[in-house]
Design a protein around this ligand. Sequence first.
Ligand SMILES: CC(C)(COP(=O)(O)OP(=O)(O)OC[C@H]1O[C@@H](n2cnc3c(N)ncnc32)[C@H](O)[C@@H]1OP(=O)(O)O)[C@@H](O)C(=O)NCCC(=O)NCCS
Length: 163
Amino acid sequence: MDVIAKPASESATEMVQVVLPNDTNPLGFILGGTVMHLIDIAGAIACHRHTRSLLVTAAVDDLEFLHPIKVGDLIILKSRVTCVFNTSLEVQVTVFSEETLTGRRRLTSRAFLTFVGIDRDGHRVKVPPLLVETDAERRVCEEAQGRRAARLRRKSEVLKSEA
Ligand SMILES: CC(C)(COP(=O)(O)OP(=O)(O)OC[C@H]1O[C@@H](n2cnc3c(N)ncnc32)[C@H](O)[C@@H]1OP(=O)(O)O)[C@@H](O)C(=O)NCCC(=O)NCCS
């Protein structure tokens, strides 16, 4: 696995696909579950490009569907690694709709996902550091540290409530 620091720009990914009738509910709006699936894939691709390792999804932060995406529209997903921890990393995925005839774009969802690097035996593997290039990227990574702490607190509360 690569160990040299890499910039987020190297793994940033954009996925575009057309919304087909099979992906939609009776109103002709894309299914929430389909959007969640695409978010997972877009996030995973950026993280794979960063780590070049096997990964599992550990967490998806809360998700809103701000506007419907209609059959015939394009769905655009942009993913970018925001921060790298030790064996895990956070990626942001933003989702847009684009009307094919007008080009009108709207932000429809934004999600933060955490992936964990693993090997074929299921052992955690360290992920390559992120080369932070701008003040804006530094801020984004600092914010990610706060989200990570909140996630791990939530996880430990869930585990406690299960016991
Ligand atoms: C995610 C998973 C690997 C974490 O394993 P674990 O033994 O509970 O966690 P560990 O304490 O070893 O932590 C490993 C890393 O994951 C992070 N992590 C674990 N649970 C997390 C959560 N709920 N949210 C965010 N990060 C989490 C830890 O912070 C740690 O990161 P770090 O090394 O960068 O500090 C494990 O719970 C798992 O395999 N879950 C199922 C994953 C899955 O099936 N996903 C869907 C298909 S890909």
